[in-house]
Design a protein around this ligand. Structure first.
Ligand code: PMV
Length: 325
């Protein structure tokens, strides 16, 4: 049997501003998706007959990337991520599926994380009408801390470039990695899920029309870009207090862009007394917030009491990898 795990992600800084060419900083989290595959006498997913039309990421990887025409497969998928919550569960599924299939077809051969990131990105684009940022797939493939931007960002290591033909034209990104210092192990991320689903496309469109209506809010994007760079410097230096302050500041700007929600505010407020910083993460409107804390259990309890579902993670988990049987 071939088994692989790929992590989810959470955005620490730069959501929404990244749509306008500014950098975004994401980290891989401990929650993720595990895929196992083995040959079988019929095609199944989770024990049920596999219907390829209902699983666009899996079918794309099987048919178009690997052009698989071998025996039927029994596929199992286990996710420890909240789905449709901005934690990159579909990217993690694509990467884990690609890794498990690679290992099934080429036993003993190492994984190529950049090839998996590219494959995952094209699977996402295919499933999302040609629009997909490479943030989720790159962070899940490479692990650690990843900066996605229109260009190389100072203080980071360039890993690869991604491009995509979208309905709005050609788009290009630079994918950069950040080496995190050891003392970041003293702090944890506590993600809080509101339970509300809010489609990313709708939130991005909402910000676009708000900017049209109030062009003065463009200053908020520049402010997020400044905070992102400061947050990145603090992360690289292992200055936990400054990372937390940058998270708080980023949240305030996102509030002004009207992408927070009462449920997100309740969780951010509940987390803050015990945290170094807290903010909404991802598209907003619902989905998740994230806090940085030295005592993650207290924050997780506060989030739970405020009505959220907590998930504790290291700051930057390992990227996609194979699992022993
Ligand atoms: O889909 P999410 O919740 O991970 O957030 C996407 C981040 C945005 O900046 C809002 C959109 C994007 O494509 O980068």
């Amino acid at each position: 049997m071939a088994r692989a795990f790929a992590p989810g992600k959470c955005i620490l800084f730069g959501e929404h501003a990244v749509v306008y060419g500014h950098p975004a900083v994401a980290v891989a989290i401990d929650g993720g998706v595990e895929v196992s595959i083995e040959e079988s006498d019929r095609w199944t997913l989770e024990g049920l007959p596999f219907d390829s039309s209902r699983h666009p990421h899996i079918s794309y990887i099987l048919q178009e990337v690997f052009q698989y025409d071998g025996p039927s497969l029994r596929m199992q998928v286990k996710s420890s991520l909240f789905s449709s919550a901005g934690l990159g569960s579909s990217a993690a599924l694509s990467n884990a599926m690609g890794a498990a299939l690679h290992s099934h077809l080429n036993p003993g051969q190492p994984l190529d994380p950049v090839a998996l990131a590219r494959m995952g990105h094209s699977a996402e684009a295919r499933a999302q009408q040609g629009r997909a940022s490479p943030t989720d797939t790159a962070t899940s493939a490479l692990g650690g801390c990843v900066v996605v931007s229109g260009e190389w960002v100072e203080g980071t290591r360039h890993v690869f470039d991604a491009s995509l033909s979208t309905p709005e034209g050609e788009r290009e990104w630079a994918i950069n990695a950040v080496d995190l210092p050891d003392n970041l192990e003293e702090a944890w991320l506590v993600i809080g899920y509101t339970g509300d689903i809010s489609p990313t496309g709708r939130m991005v469109a909402g910000v676009a029309s708000l900017l049209e209506e109030k062009p003065e809010l463009e200053g908020e994007m520049d402010a997020i870009a400044r905070i992102t760079r400061a947050g990145l410097t603090a992360l690289s230096a292992g200055n936990l207090e400054a990372v937390g302050m940058a998270m708080d500041a980023c949240h305030e700007r996102l509030q002004r862009l009207q992408v927070s929600s009462p449920a997100l505010e309740a969780l951010v407020e509940a987390a803050r007394p015990h945290a170094l910083g807290a903010k909404l993460t991802g598209a907003g409107g619902g989905g998740c917030m994230v806090a940085l804390a030295r005592e993650p259990r207290r924050v997780a309890e506060s989030i739970e009491i405020a009505g959220g579902k907590p998930l504790i993670s290291r700051v930057g988990a390992p990227g996609v990898h194979l699992l022993e049987n």
